[in-house]
Design a protein around this ligand. Structure first.
Ligand SMILES: Nc1ncnc2c1ncn2[C@@H]1O[C@H](COP(=O)(O)OP(=O)(O)O)[C@@H](O)[C@H]1O
Ligand SMILES: [Mg+2]
Length: 293
């Protein structure tokens, strides 16, 4: 599965519409405006990174894409057709799969069982149908190997795996069950450097398998390691939307650090160095009580 599914050039395939597209998406909760005028395009064989601070609107955005929330305004298209999902099941049926941070796995069950959780294979007929354990074990093992994951024991409880390995099992599962778009909500947020590396490797593997990957993170370094396209959301609005070719890691880091605000802060600090201005008195009443220090 490589070149034939790539629609980014659109020359050889008749389908030129992106896998998924959002046009002017907005979402309000009561009088809180969580998203406003968001545009997004996800193509096969690309990693689209969505970055933003806490409260920026990232989770709300992926919940709309995943069919958990309907948008308050705007259009959502899959393969160029408008969709109006009323449940995650409907999104999944169109190949849009989400791997949430708190993975839907049962720690005490073996890896293969978790791989097939909710979609168990059975054999036999009528009342004698039973779980096809042998086939599920074999397929889980094959699929994990295909992704380059070599677990010592497919029968080990998932709870014994590292956080990174669990994320990877969830990615392999989504790929096996036919995901075309894979949404990863902060998969590296709770992981150390080495574990994050493991997950990032499989984010690339999913892209190589021809999926359109949406990678949510607030870490510009992780994003830049795997991303083809970067969207920074701030207070519910798109602050930056650029392909890799137009953006350096420094640009991205600067944006994520709150670029303009940092410049302003630096200016404030410069001013504070000025002996005419006493920063402690200026800040009185705002920060912690400095007088007792
Ligand atoms: N179900 C909800 N009801 C009310 N407000 C919400 C709800 N979900 C999110 N919000 C608000 O929308 C904004 C964006 O939140 P969220 O999408 O969770 O941001 P992020 O995932 O980037 O941290 C925040 O101000 C948050 O408080
Ligand atoms: Mg979130």
């Amino acid at each position: 599965m490589t070149d034939t599914t790539s629609t980014s050039t659109g020359n050889t395939t008749p389908r030129t519409a992106p896998l998924l597209e959002l046009r002017g998406i907005g979402k309000t909760f009561g009088n809180i405006r969580a998203l406003n005028g968001i545009n997004l395009r996800v193509d096969a064989g690309e990693v689209t990174c969505i970055l933003g601070d806490n409260g920026a609107g990232k989770s709300t955005l992926i919940k709309i894409i995943a069919g958990l929330y309907g948008p308050t305004s705007g259009e959502y298209l899959v393969d160029g057709e408008p969709v109006d999902f009323s449940s995650p099941r409907q999104a999944l049926d169109r190949g849009i799969a989400t791997v949430y941070q708190d993975l839907a796995m049962v720690p005490l069950m073996p890896v293969w069982r978790n791989f097939f959780l909710g979609s168990e294979l059975r054999r036999g007929v009528g009342p004698f149908r039973m779980l096809d354990v042998a086939r599920m074990r074999r397929i889980a093992d094959e699929e994990l190997r295909k992704m380059g994951i070599d677990l010592p024991d497919i029968d080990a409880p998932v709870g014994n795996l590292s956080g990174g390995q669990r994320q990877v099992v969830a990615i392999a599962r989504a790929v096996y069950f036919g995901a075309r778009v894979l949404i990863l909500d902060e998969p590296t947020a709770a992981l150390g450097v080495k574990q994050s590396g493991v997950v990032l490797k499989y984010v690339s593997a999913a892209r190589e398998a021809g999926l359109g990957v949406i990678f949510i993170t607030h870490n510009p370094h992780h994003a830049y390691m795997v991303g083809d396209h970067f969207v920074v959301i701030k207070l519910g609005e798109t602050e930056l939307d650029q392909p890799r070719s137009e953006l350096t890691l420094d640009d991205l880091t600067h944006h994520m650090a709150g670029g303009a605000e940092l410049d302003a802060l630096q200016h404030e600090l410069e001013r504070a160095k000025d002996p005419q201005v006493d920063p402690l008195h200026d800040a009185a009443g705002e920060g912690p009580d400095v007088q007792g220090l």
